[in-house]
Design a protein around this ligand. Structure first.
Ligand code: B12
Ligand code: SF4
Length: 544
């Protein structure tokens, strides 16, 4: 069985500006396939290598796979679909599979618009993929597929097209059984610009115990699970020794919520002398930082160099009031604690809801000045179609061109301004913030790793600005304030939500709302302790 995995060639000017990142999904799936005895796995990172379609077709022809698997997030979905179309055209006998968060939730729409896809793997891929490959190898996939949990496909055996979704598979309970095969990557291609070194994205914990209404990730991973920290450190040591990886970010949504395991992770890194060689970063929550005030020096000693905080998301999204004193004070305090511990801190602002105004955007800039994070990031609110917030504000969503659902394109038009003005004001925030940092902060940030890192980040920003990749400015034709009325986001307004898909997200959103109502203890970010039970995400046999 030759299995070909492909990362689709989609680009958008956000996180990519920091360099080329190795796709973790491919390494984790290749690892579980190999453990199950399938070692003939080939990977094409069409994104990093910027592989054009004709070249991709040629490569697929040469590789001659039996199975082709592609990943999808919402913005890459059309590219993922067309990648599998190419695969089906040049290798009709290969079984085409699609996975990832977008396909998981939007399987009805995807199967309707891309009939060349043989099956969608819904949820975590490791176990479902192995079962699927076994059935394909045995030659009875058409019969067996209805018994494999976590699949969706079109059944036209009785002459009628029906989309079938089998029951949701359980999450991977024994995360320690997962072993990534990072060897399938072409390592010299993966470089992290701020430190000019190789980078990786290992995964320690899956899931998030919170349930923010704008976020899709807690729904995707469902229950929160953490790997044995020693095994994660084994993986990192291996990444360093074998592939010379000197920086990593944890792929986790919420790596610090299980404090005990996170401390074990840090202590294990220190015990093995890794912090001298490998630095790392995480995304986490303000509340965890406040809780761990005394532990921050330990985290820094373990090599933690960059913390990205979801500081403003909840407030900005009006899940909480914008200026609620406690939250603002908490954010400021968490940033101060991290900086005092020598950790680079990044504040995240989500902007671009319908009630955004020139004043609220200015307010975020003032907050960024007041809180003094090292880095600040203004992301455009992106209404993932399978989230509760999307459901609530669906009358405000007029663009269904998922290709632009990428944090850098204004999908929602604020009532008080045009999208071009929103982009311009966001750019104005970036310009002012980083100009000040470049002149008065980064060059004077000591002489050690922090300074080197910050100057490296500045270089990454300047490089992407110069290449006009930052925020896709080149693609949309933004050249500064004078061009704000002329920017064109090239929305494809012919793209619509499939009616079947929209009933699906409504149901999912209703489930999540009911679940939230059950929660006694609503947390600042909108969540509680409870997680989605398997039956809450239960699937159904539905007519297309
Ligand atoms: C690392 C990361 C990146 C890296 C990507 C590295 C890479 N080349 O893969 C970088 C920094 C470049 C990046 C960029 C972007 N990212 Co990003 N990123 C993440 C992050 C933090 C981790 C992803 C990860 O590796 N997870 C671990 C792996 C193991 O999980 P996984 O990919 O989901 O794969 C599992 C399953 O989905 C499934 N599966 C996946 N694919 C397939 C395929 C098959 C065939 C099968 C069977 C199964 C399967 O099996 C896997 C194992 O269980 C997530 C947030 C998060 N914590 O998940 C956001 C996230 C994926 N990013 C997101 C976005 C929007 C973007 C950008 C558009 C933002 C921007 N403008 O910069 C770009 C798009 C880049 C691009 N060109 O595609 C969103 C997607 C949301 C959505 N609903 O679609 C997320 C979820 C963040 C968020 N807060 O919402 N990102
Ligand atoms: S804390 Fe909220 S935004 Fe962050 S991953 Fe969890 S649910 Fe999503």
């Amino acid at each position: 069985m030759r299995i070909l995995l492909i990362h689709p060639n989609y680009h958008s000017g956000g996180a990519e500006i920091a360099g080329n990142w190795p796709p973790a999904w491919a390494a984790y799936l290749a690892g579980s396939l190999k453990n199950a005895g399938y070692s003939d796995v080939v990977f094409i990172d069409a994104m990093t290598m910027n592989v054009p379609d004709d070249e991709l077709a040629q490569k697929i022809r040469e590789i001659a796979p039996d199975i082709v698997g592609v990943t999808s997030i919402t913005p890459s979905i059309y590219k993922a679909e067309s990648t599998l179309k190419i695969a089906k055209e040049v290798r009709p006998q290969a079984v085409t599979l699609l996975g990832g968060v977008h396909a998981t939730f939007m399987f009805k729409q995807v199967l309707a618009e891309a009939p060349w896809i043989d099956a969608i793997v819904r949820g975590e891929g490791e176990e479902i993929l192995v079962e699927t490959v076994r059935a394909i190898e045995a030659g009875d996939f058409a019969e067996k597929r209805k018994t494999i949990k976590g699949l969706a496909y079109v059944d036209d055996s009785d002459g009628e097209r029906r989309i079938v979704a089998t029951a949701a598979a359980a999450t991977v309970k024994d995360l320690d059984s997962i072993e990534a095969d990072w060897g399938i990557l072409d390592w010299p291609k993966y470089r992290y610009i701020p430190l000019n070194c190789r980078v990786a994205i290992p995964n320690m914990a899956r899931g998030c115990p919170f349930t923010c209404s704008f976020c899709s990730q807690w729904k995707f991973w469902r229950d929160y699970r953490v790997r044995d920290p020693r095994k994660v450190v084994d993986e990192i040591e291996n990444l360093y020794k074998k592939y010379d990886v000197r920086f990593f970010i944890l792929a986790d949504e919420e790596p610090t919520i299980n404090r005990k395991k996170f401390i074990q992770f840090c202590e294990e890194l220190i015990a093995r002398g890794l912090p001298d060689k490998v630095q790392w970063g995480i995304n986490t929550r303000v509340t965890d930082i406040l809780r761990d005030e005394k532990l921050l020096p330990l985290y820094r000693r373990a090599g933690l160099l960059h913390v990205s905080l979801g500081t403003e998301a909840a407030a900005q999204l009006k899940l909480d009031r914008f200026n609620k004193e406690t939250k603002v004070a908490d954010n400021k305090r968490a940033i101060e604690l991290l900086r005092n511990a020598g950790i680079v801190v990044e504040a995240q602002f989500i902007v671009g809801l319908e009630n955004e105004t020139a004043e609220t955007l200015e307010e975020t800039y003032r907050m960024a000045q007041d809180w003094k994070p090292d880095l600040a990031n203004w992301s455009m609110y992106t209404p993932w179609p399978f989230t509760q917030l999307f459901n609530e504000m669906s009358d405000k969503v007029e663009v269904f061109d998922f290709d632009k659902y990428n944090f850098v394109t204004p999908i929602i038009k604020p009532d008080a301004m045009e999208r071009g003005e929103l982009l311009d004001r966001v750019m104005n925030n970036y310009r002012r913030f980083y100009m000040k940092k470049a002149l008065f902060s980064y060059p004077w940030a000591g002489s050690g790793m922090r300074r080197r890192y910050l100057l490296g980040c500045l270089y990454a920003f300047l490089k992407s600005g110069f290449e006009r990749k930052f925020y896709d400015l080149g693609k949309v034709g933004y050249w500064g304030p004078q061009s704000k009325k002329k920017v064109d986001f090239h929305f494809d307004m012919n793209r619509k939500m499939e009616p079947a898909a929209s009933s699906d997200w409504r149901a999912a959103s209703e489930n999540s709302r009911k679940m939230q109502a059950r929660m006694a203890d609503i947390k600042a970010c909108g969540g509680g302790e409870e997680q989605m039970a398997d039956e809450d995400s239960a699937s159904a046999n539905v007519d297309a």
